[in-house]
Design a protein around this ligand. Structure first.
Ligand code: MTE
Length: 395
């Protein structure tokens, strides 16, 4: 195939002219031919764009790292580009005895401390939240795009607490507070702080955080829903109980089938999704395709991903691409030959704790269908005879 194609036979403009000089774009940009791959808002989802979400284009990404310019955004009161020379970070205690020497750090203070870099996913608790009752949105960007993965660099919060003489035996929770106007405050249990997992981060994919993602400082709470990753972080208070702040009492709570709300279910349970082929795409002809997608778990590493092309009747184990890291996205793939018949593509992830991603029937039996948060059900993409791929739900 392709023999005689003029695009391989004829001289090209780029092969017969002088290219652009170095540093023509001092901060590099994607090719103009990739203009369609951008963050997108879901029209009508929220009343104002400053208290809204933009979704990452998972359908067009490779590997596991989300380019910083395509990282999803979720702001409760808009984003700020804070002057790092004026940003301050304070540690104090709910009671004076919890922190011996409360301190206020400048960014220069924090940048002098020994850094660690780790790759982790961040998923908003509301990801896939529109799909609880029925199919609501057409593409993987909107069903699963409140998900991103980066290499974060920062200082373990534990190091800073020790520097302030925090009583790590009395401490049971910390309160993290953002510097934006949203009064974003979240209770973080002390265990992941003590283990050194929770980072006070300034770096994302080798450079400083983007303003939209909390520049110059954000909390990284691996495996926990995005709302706890407080951006523009200005204060951590050491306490001995959860704080039940507005965002923990009214939002980010799970509406259960009996009408009660469940609080603090913050771990993002094992989940996966096929990103290609996915909703809104079209298979041009029958024949070979690579089914590819992402799997993740807030409880550790992904152990296995199974893929079905017949709506869950039969399953085949997919190949996991390395690296397979804890609380990080894992890329899976499976070769597939499409015979031109309708197909139902699904992926089902299993993590190292043995947790198996549930189907919609199982999830709704336990959690009902009127919730917003923590929907980790198996996603189904229906391939029609004409090659169109659509979002459907199978119980
Ligand atoms: N932190 C502050 N200060 N203000 C916010 O509005 N939004 C939270 C969290 N941290 C928020 C915040 C929510 S709900 C999520 S899902 C993540 O940030 C989103 O992070 P991102 O915008 O970097 O993707």
């Amino acid at each position: 195939t392709g023999i005689g194609d003029p695009d391989i036979l004829n001289p090209t403009p780029w092969g017969s002219s002088l290219g652009q000089p170095v540093a023509a774009t001092p901060y590099g940009l994607p090719s103009r031919h990739e203009r369609g791959l951008v963050r997108r808002q879901s029209p009508g989802l929220t009343q104002v764009a400053a208290a809204s979400v933009s979704f990452a284009p998972l359908q067009g990404l490779f590997g596991i790292i989300t380019p910083s310019g395509l990282h999803f955004e979720r702001h409760h009161q808009g984003w700020q580009d804070i002057d790092p020379t004026r940003h301050r970070f304070m540690i104090d205690g709910a009671r004076p005895e919890f922190v011996k020497t409360p301190k206020v750090y400048t960014m220069d203070d924090i940048l002098r401390l020994p850094p660690v870099s780790r790759m982790h996913f961040i998923e908003c608790g509301a990801n896939t939240g529109m799909e609880w009752g029925n199919v609501a949105v057409p593409t993987v960007q909107y069903t699963h795009g409140m998900l991103s993965c980066s290499e974060f660099t920062g200082v373990p919060l534990r190091t800073l607490l020790e520097d302030c003489g925090a009583d790590l035996k009395a401490a049971k929770y910390v309160l993290a507070e953002g510097g934006d106007g949203s009064s974003m405050t979240r209770s973080i249990p002390i265990e992941p702080v003590l283990s050194g997992e929770v980072l006070v981060a300034y770096g994302q994919n080798g450079e400083m955080l983007r303003p939209e993602n909390g520049y110059p400082l954000r909390l990284v709470v691996p495996g926990v829903q995005g709302v706890s990753w407080v951006k523009w972080l200005r204060r951590v208070e050491v306490g001995d109980r959860p704080y039940a702040t507005k965002d923990e009492a009214v939002h980010y709570i799970d509406l259960m089938p009996d009408g009660q709300h469940r609080q603090y279910s913050s771990i993002q349970e094992c989940k996966s999704v096929i990103t290609t082929p996915s909703g809104g795409q079209t298979l041009m002809a029958k024949g070979y395709f690579t089914i590819s997608g992402l799997a993740w778990s807030g409880r550790g590493k992904i152990k296995r991903v199974d893929v079905s092309v017949d709506g869950g009747v039969t399953w085949v184990e997919a190949t996991l691409q390395t690296p397979i890291l804890s609380k990080c996205l894992t890329r899976f793939s499976l070769p597939w030959s499409w015979d031109g018949q309708p197909a139902l593509l699904q992926s089902r992830a299993i993590d190292e704790t043995g947790f198996v991603q549930p189907g919609y029937g199982q999830l709704r039996a336990a959690r009902g269908s009127r919730s917003i948060y923590h929907n980790n059900a198996i996603q189904t993409w229906q391939v029609a005879e004409n090659g169109d791929v659509n979002n459907v739900q199978i119980l």
